[in-house]
Design a binder for this molecule. Sequence first.
Ligand code: SDX
Length: 427
Amino acid sequence: MKQYEPPFVTLTLSDGTTIKLATKRDRFDRVFIDTSVLFSQYGVCAYDVGLQSTAICQSAITFINGEKGTLLYRGYPIEQLAEQHDFTDVSYLLLYGERPTGKEKEQFTEKIRHNSAIQSELHLFLNSFQHDAHPMSMLLANVAALSSFYQQDFDINQPEQRKLAAVQLIAKIPTLAAMAYQHSLGRSPTPPQDEMGYAENFLHMLHNVPGKQYTPHPLFVKALDTILTLHADHEQNASTSSVRAVASTGSNPFACVCAGLAALWGPAHGGANEACLKMLQAIGDESHIDTYIKRAKNPDDPFRLMGFGHRVYKYYDPRAKIMQKICHDVLKVLGNQNDPLFKLANSLEKIALEDDYFVERKLYPNVDFYSGIVLKALGIPANMFTVIFAIARTTGWMAHWLEMMDSSYRINRPRQIYLGFPQRDIT
Ligand code: SDX
């Protein structure tokens, strides 16, 4: 890649105009050309569909090295955090920049517990949904409804109130998610339990049947807790950049999370885990893999290998490796290490990674490739997979919201290339 020497680069237009632009370098010495003055000083704009080469902000939260397949949360490698810390520690780290001390973790955990209950009006609101409504639709609607209980309480210009709003959302999102699932089964919701941890509480609220005490298996709790850590944040992905776009207008944090949920729902983003499991079930067995690989390679076929490829990773997604191990461990505890879908996924990965089409395009398994299999093994239905992703990513969205609100920002207002009619009069 051509390197520009700071502090500036010059561009020369076909009419001979010379454009001089400042450059910035990030922590890892990557160069960014500051194009913000292009229009005001030179009357021209940049064009970057999908923002493939455009930074929309400066951030200190997460860093991805797509070429090497590394992922850092506040500088710590995801492998070390997944191994040595739980999701509560990781949430604290993402929100405030450092891992919590014992006292800090105790206080943070207490704040989450104290704010995890849901207003009774929302239970009534949920009853207006059909039982077969997609849980993401119920979650999205409930987060929007939640804002109505706090519209006077939060002044987003006050840092302390912003922190409380972030904790409110992180605390309530699992409860709302479990309520949506229980509603889909025609069951009344189970409230959060004070003595349980974050992942344990969610599994309990999800699977508990009133009148029968459900206690999640400790390995399932650890597996889900690690899955939440893996999904917590990921730089300016589509949903996080949507949260930032809505935040740039001064919207409240609940509305920002609604924007994130809406973006995450898509099968090209957070909906890929559900789509990947359905794809594996459609493939059925190894004899059909070649047919689907051919379809994925056919430019005229909209089919994509779900759970494969990534805008940033051009090497193995480190989260996929950890997810594959979690999958193996959970299936082993269940005595199901020969799970046909897991075996099929491993074979599909092997075949794809030996195929020139995928190798040339640097398409590797991403976080969604194995997550569906392990969530299914944890007894979580496919239409809840993106909801699990949303529970985890709410922490990342709130970390970015706090970072943005604590810094100077401008309303997002991209330009466009207009190809419509010239001005014309109504006759
Ligand atoms: C997540 O951004 C994030 O960080 C997201 C995420 C997070 O934590 O927030 O990591 C979570 O969303 C992971 C991605 C989950 N989505 C999927 O698994 C869906 C399948 N993947 C593709 O839709 C695709 O790979 C994307 C959307 C993930 C990335 O799309 P890009 O960067 O726009 O890549 P592209 O479509 O330009 O693809 C480049 C080439 C194309 O072929 P050519 O035109 O060069 O011939 O690779 C091909 C694509 O057709 N390609 C695939 C493919 N992904 C890309 N071909 C077959 N199967 C695929 N999965």
